[in-house]
Design a protein around this ligand. Structure first.
Ligand SMILES: Nc1ncnc2c1ncn2[C@@H]1O[C@H](COP(=O)(O)OP(=O)(O)OP(=O)(O)O)[C@@H](O)[C@H]1O
Length: 245
C-alpha cells in the first residue's frame, strides 16, 4: 500500500501540485489521467526522487520513506535503452547492477522476450528495431527490476494502434500474472477504461485530483460496453471542468 499525503512540488515558486493526497492499495491497476502539462511526470519524478518533494510524506507499506526510488520500477515515456547494448543486455541491466544470479535473470528475460514477441532480436541494438519493439524491451527491463510497485509514464503513447493494443494486453498481464501494483499515466481515456481498476482524473496545472472512479468491470473489456461509455462521458466532462480550475 502506498500513501501520499500533502505532497507539494514547486518550480520557480509556482506550485505544480500542492496538498496532494493519494492512496494506492496493493495489487490494483491505477491510472492517472490528466491534460498535457498538468504535472503528471513531475509527480512521478517527485515520487521516485528524481526531483525532491517540497512538502509532504510518502509512506510505503507502513514506513515513511524519502522517495520510492529503489522501491519501485519506473518506466519513462522514452524507452531510455542504452544504444551501445543489445536488447538483451539492456533488459539484463537491472539484474547485473544488483548483482543477481545472472543465469536465472537471463532465463526470465528470455521467457519475457518470447512472450512479448522479441525472440530472435536479443542481440539487435535499439536502433535496429522498431519503436514498438524498443518499448517492449523497456517493459521487460522494467519487470526485471523485480519490484512490487511499477510506475508507467505514458508507456504506449508513441506507438501505432495495433502495437498499442497488443501492449495493453501485456500490461494487464503485469497485474494478473506478476501481481504488481501499477500506477500509470496516460492522456488516453479509452486506454484508462480498458486497463484501470481505479482512475484518478486530474485538473490542469496546478494539478489536483478532481475525480476518482473505481471500475469493477471484468477484464478484458470492450470499448462499446455501455457502462464504460457512461464513465467515459463522466471523465470527459471532468477533464473539461478541470481545464477551467
Ligand atoms: N525541471 C523543470 N523546471 C521547471 N519547470 C518544469 C520542469 N519540469 C516540468 N516543469 C513544468 O512543470 C509543469 C508540469 O510538467 P509535467 O511534465 O510534469 O507535465 P505532464 O502532465 O507530465 O505533461 P505531459 O502530459 O505533456 O507529459 C509544466 O508547466 C512544465 O513546464
Amino acid at each position: 500500500m502506498l500513501q501520499i499525503t500533502d505532497l507539494a512540488k514547486y518550480y520557480n515558486g509556482q506550485p505544480v501540485f500542492l496538498g496532494l493526497d493519494l492512496q494506492l492499495p496493493a495489487g490494483r491497476f491505477q491510472v492517472l489521467l490528466g491534460p498535457s502539462g498538468c504535472g503528471k511526470t513531475t509527480l512521478f519524478n517527485t515520487l521516485t526522487g528524481v526531483t525532491p518533494a517540497d512538502e509532504g510524506t510518502i509512506t510505503w507499506q507502513g514506513q515513511t520513506v524519502p522517495h520510492l526510488g529503489s522501491l519501485c520500477a519506473y518506466m519513462h515515456q522514452k524507452d531510455l535503452l542504452l544504444p551501445w547494448f543489445s536488447l538483451m543486455d539492456n533488459a539484463l541491466l537491472p539484474a547485473r547492477t544488483r548483482g543477481r544470479d545472472m543465469a536465472g535473470a537471463r532465463g526470465l528475460a528470455e521467457n519475457l522476450f518470447s512472450r512479448l514477441g522479441l525472440d530472435g532480436y536479443e542481440s539487435h541494438r535499439p536502433n535496429q528495431v522498431s519503436g514498438g519493439m524498443r518499448q517492449r524491451c523497456a517493459l521487460v527491463r522494467t519487470l526485471m527490476f523485480d519490484r512490487d510497485l511499477i510506475l508507467l509514464d505514458e508507456p504506449l503513447s508513441a506507438l501505432d494502434a495495433i502495437t498499442r493494443q497488443r501492449l495493453q494486453h501485456l500490461l494487464l498481464l503485469l497485474q494478473t500474472e506478476f501481481a504488481k501494483t501499477i500506477l500509470m499515466i496516460t492522456h488516453d481515456v479509452d486506454e484508462a477504461l480498458l486497463l484501470a481498476d481505479d482512475i484518478f482524473v486530474s485538473s490542469s496545472l496546478p494539478m489536483t485530483l478532481i475525480r476518482r472512479i473505481q471500475l469493477n468491470q471484468p477484464k478484458p473489456r470492450a470499448f462499446d460496453d455501455p457502462d464504460l461509455l457512461h464513465i467515459k462521458a463522466d471523465i470527459l466532462a471532468h477533464l473539461v471542468k478541470g481545464e477551467a480550475v
